[in-house]
Design a protein around this ligand. Structure first.
Ligand SMILES: Cc1cc2nc3c(=O)[nH]c(=O)nc-3n(C[C@H](O)[C@H](O)[C@H](O)COP(=O)(O)O)c2cc1C
Length: 489
């Protein structure tokens, strides 16, 4: 399969056509016929909780740029991205981007680092975003800005872009191979985990000191926080029972509460996962990759290496433990939950549905709309049961022109509280503002999911929207990316 096998949404002219297409694929995606604007519009409705206000229903997801300095400070490109987040009009900024709490937990040598030395850089990002927002909005007291804190765990590459230096919690039958390790590779000890917990707490205190209103204790996409949740086979205090697998989260939260009691805490969560995928070798020819197929798991049943995976049919998700986890969030007074799924490293079609794959991915194994519907449906199920929590939804970018229509229906029907925007905000930052003001969408700025924002970093370049943002397209980086893509044809 390739992009040619699926009907591209870009060519669909009307909402009616889109709805017809959704029905023909057999999916349940809510979609309004007309967009509302003005203060009463569903997407303009404010959200109030715990004395805080979020002025509308758009959120900017964390979007890393692989463009910090080697010691983890923002550069001009980082500041430009955060400025665009502020200009977007979205009133919830979920973390800005993944910021590592210590050097060995950086996903790449250009990831930002939350240390005392980098405090002023992280403060500048927030202030830049805030002042950009002031340029386009009447008020800023309804803008909620958090910082995403992470340790990249298995996917750490702190020193060289091409050299994995995994920090793992357990051995994984397929993912160990992806990061070039074998059974003799050491797992993090409980003592080392406790040091990482301390680093999260220190980083959260830094975030509070410089004015961030919340921190996200990242539990998604295969990074360390997420790996804890699937550490079924780990021994000791951090593995086995769900209680043990959530000890990391609980200790981080308790630590933060003791040093930064005013700081709110959120969690970005891969609510479900599936097995790892790879390009079908039978249909791969040189750089022409085949469609994704699941890595073989027949020897691994019942499947014990994922969170939110159906253990007897691991190509399907299962939210039973996710529900238990949300009860733990409730008990910890964590109200802000950003639902995502899977990982960009081993099943990107689950995590960020796209028509065109990144260079380390595979051709879409399914219509990308199915990926959108899967995340929407899981979020809907969880929202239905945990209506007191605030849910941000993910994977809307692939909807393209129809994103606002689906977003409005999803919020109106209480499938989700806030619509998160990822890739779309790289190509078209002011989309929320245009939707809320009733302006005509700028079609030429709409992300068509070419995945260059991922192919760039996978080949040592910063991330950004290479097809549509001149800052990247017309730069030396743009020329390099074109060359890389040409050589892979
Ligand atoms: C270039 C790029 C950088 C990303 N950086 C982060 C990140 O730092 N933290 C995170 O949680 N997710 C990150 N993501 C995932 C997005 O936040 C989002 O979940 C994903 O793009 C799907 O949403 P979308 O369909 O709106 O793009 C990144 C995605 C891309 C494409």
């Amino acid at each position: 399969m390739s992009h040619r096998d699926f009907q591209a949404l870009g060519g669909m002219r009307t909402v009616a056509n889109f709805k017809q297409h959704v029905a023909s694929v057999g999916l349940d995606i809510p979609c309004d016929e007309q967009l509302e604007s003005g203060p009463r519009a569903p997407l303009a409705t404010r959200l109030e909780f715990d004395g805080l206000t979020v002025g509308n229903r758009f959120c900017i997801h964390p979007m890393e740029g692989w463009d910090g300095t080697s010691d983890g400070k923002p550069t001009e490109a980082t500041i430009r991205r955060w400025r665009n987040f502020g200009l977007s009009g979205a009133k919830l900024i979920w973390g800005g981007e993944a910021v590592a709490v210590r050097h060995d937990g950086r996903a790449n040598p250009n990831q930002l680092l939350a240390t005392e030395q980098n405090k002023s850089g992280l403060a500048e990002l927030r202030e830049t975003l805030l002042s950009a927002h002031r340029e386009i909005a009447e008020r800023t007291d309804d803008l909620l800005i958090g910082l995403q804190l992470t340790h990249s765990g298995r996917f750490s590459r702190p020193n060289q872009k091409t050299v994995p230096e995994p920090r793992i919690l357990y051995h994984h039958p397929t993912l160990d191979r992806k990061v070039n390790i074998d059974d003799s590779y050491p797992v993090l000890s409980d003592g080392e985990i406790r040091q990482i917990i301390d680093d999260f707490v220190v980083a959260a205190k830094i975030a509070e000191d410089i004015g961030y209103e919340f921190v996200d204790i990242k539990h998604c996409h295969g990074y360390l926080g997420h790996e804890f949740l699937s550490a079924h086979l780990r021994e000791g205090e951090f593995g086995g029972s769900l209680e043990n697998r959530t000890r990391f989260l609980r200790e981080v939260v308790n630590g933060i509460r003791s040093v930064a009691p005013r700081l709110k805490i959120g969690v970005r969560l891969s609510a479900f996962d599936l097995v790892a995928f790879r390009p079908d070798p039978e249909k791969t020819n040189g750089h022409k990759m085949g469609p994704g197929i699941p890595e073989s798991y027949s020897e691994q049943l019942p499947y014990r290496w994922g969170f939110g995976v159906n253990s007897s049919e691991p190509e399907r998700y299962d939210l039973s433990e996710t529900r238990e986890l949300l009860k733990i969030f409730r008990a910890l007074d964590i109200k802000l939950v950003n639902i995502t799924a899977g990982s960009p490293y081993y099943n990107p079609h689950i995590q960020r549905p796209a028509l065109y794959p990144p260079s380390d991915g595979y051709q879409p194994p399914e219509d990308p709309l199915i990926g959108v519907a899967r995340q929407m449906e899981a979020t809907r199920e969880l929202k239905r049961e945990f209506n007191d929590l605030i849910f941000v939804g993910t994977a809307y970018t692939y909807l393209q022109e129809f994103l606002p229509f689906v977003a409005q229906a999803a919020v109106r029907q209480n499938w989700v509280d806030v619509i998160g925007l990822g890739r779309m905000v790289l190509s078209y930052p002011e989309l929320p503002l245009d939707v809320l003001s009733g302006a005509v969408l700028k079609h030429k700025r709409i992300c068509r999911t070419f995945s260059d924002c991922t192919t760039g970093p996978r080949n040592g370049l910063p991330s950004g929207c290479y097809p549509l943002d001149r800052f990247y397209r017309d730069s030396e980086m743009g020329v390099q990316l074109k060359r890389i893509k040409f050589e892979r044809r």
